[in-house]
Design a protein around this ligand. Structure first.
Ligand code: G3I
Length: 396
């Protein structure tokens, strides 16, 4: 009996040590936490750490560090562009699966899970589709059929290879839009009415019974006034309604595009939003995290007085989102939208005033404060407030 207890205690200690990624020094294979990868440290929480992948950079033989870091630091990947409708079906009826299939292969080789991005979005639609609607050659019923076929074809093609699908992306307005009361916005709501969202989830589920199906949006990191100007509240009400109507939605993705020039969130407010989403029976995830700064003349000239506060504020923003995610046991993955300033959507998107410095590594692949802070959060978080993830089962 005594012996059994000893064996059980020993086994528990070993499992705990493995889970903590901190083997005793005498074991001989102890690695300093600061020298471990983000993906290894995330495993301890059963949290997947991800990045969006730019396929041109991944395939650039002159830029081997990009490919190496995607493989070593991350346990999940998202296609930054190549799974969008304009990339997959540039000509009506002709699918170009090549680049997306390449990413799936890369993920398999590197034991990574794939977030599918994106099935229904008003941006990066093929021009044959938008011009057909604009000139009246594609009517409402045909458009609905095209959307249904697109979802069915894409989900079927990748069936069994996608962990989480962003089924509907950015369907909800912002307070600065007109009218200011939050509403469903964009091409699909205008053409098909509000019902397209439930339809999209049902069509996706019909094509793959196992992928987790997400609604994905930005500016939903925390609740605001909880009135008609509050986007997070609108999304909460919308997904609650979908759940009440037995629509097969499994999760809410909070993108996490932050800027250091704005008021920062605190981790408790962000955790509260995640907890409210997960209290509806949904998984959560951060899906597109970055924290950009304005590139003032001083920053561009290399003035450390201007650079340092931005670099630190960026790290703080990453930390707020990650701490909240760690605290919510249904937060399955923490994905950054590009990991190096060398390949980031920010400088090309925000030009007036210019913005940048948004990612974990600088342009020379040197880890920044944000990287070390994310790492430290993964190392130093634990019980009782941070417990391992609770897996989500796909909803019928
Ligand atoms: O593919 C063309 C290329 O042929 C051409 O030479 C080049 C010249 O500008 O443009 C290329 O297309 C660009 C494409 O990225 C691929 O690089 C588009 O101009 C550019 O607009 C497009 O930007 C993407 C943006 O979505 C479009 O909406 C960004 O890379 C991508 O990071 C960004 O990602 C979105 C998420 O999907 C949803 N959430 C917000 C996030 C950031 O905007």
């Amino acid at each position: 009996m005594k012996m059994k207890k000893w064996i059980a205690a020993g086994a528990t200690a070993l499992i705990s040590a493995a889970l903590l990624n901190v083997m005793p020094a005498s074991a001989g294979n102890w690695t300093k936490p600061s020298e471990q990868t983000l993906r290894a440290l995330g495993e301890r929480h059963r949290l997947y750490i991800g990045t969006a992948v730019d396929m041109a950079a991944l395939n650039d033989a002159n830029d081997p560090q990009y490919r190496a870091l995607v493989g070593s630091e991350f346990s999940t990947v998202t296609a930054e562009n190549v799974m969008k409708w304009e990339s997959l079906e540039p000509t009506r009826g002709t699918y170009n699966w090549g680049p997306a299939d390449q990413l799936i292969d890369f993920a398999r080789q590197n034991r990574q899970l794939v977030r599918g991005h994106v099935l229904v979005w008003q941006n990066q639609l093929p021009s044959w589709l938008t011009s057909g609607v604009a000139n009246g050659t594609i009517g409402t019923e045909e458009l609905r059929g095209l959307l249904r076929n697109h979802i069915t074809n894409v989900v079927t093609h990748f069936k069994g290879k996608i962990w989480q699908w962003d089924v509907v992306n950015e369907a909800v307005s912002d307070p600065w839009d007109s009218p200011p009361a939050i509403h469903l916005k964009g091409f699909w709501a205008q053409q098909l009415g509000a019902g397209y969202i439930a339809d999209a989830f049902r069509w996706a589920r019909a094509a793959d019974s196992k992928a987790l199906l997400f609604y994905n949006d930005y500016n939903i990191e925390a609740f605001g006034a909880r009135d008609s100007s509050d986007k997070t509240q609108f999304v909460y009400d919308m997904v609650k309604q979908l759940r009440d109507n037995r629509v097969p939605i499994d999760g809410v993705g909070s993108q996490g595009h932050l800027g250091t020039q704005y008021g920062n969130y605190d981790a408790f407010a962000v955790a509260d939003a995640l907890n409210q989403f997960s209290s509806l029976g949904l998984a959560t995830a951060f899906t597109e995290v970055d924290a950009r700064s304005q590139m003032t003349a001083g920053v561009q000239a290399g003035d450390s007085n201007e650079i340092n506060p931005r670099v630190q504020a960026s790290a703080f923003n990453y930390s707020v989102l990650l701490q909240a995610c760690l605290s919510n046991r249904h937060c399955l993955s923490f994905t950054v939208w590009g990991f190096t300033d060398k390949h980031s959507w920010v400088p090309t998107w925000f030009t007036n005033p210019p913005e940048g410095l948004a990612t974990l590594y600088d342009e020379n692949y040197q880890p920044k404060k944000a990287y070390q802070t994310v790492k430290a959060d993964l190392v130093y978080a634990g019980a009782p407030h941070v417990l391992p993830r609770i897996p989500q089962s796909p909803r019928r």
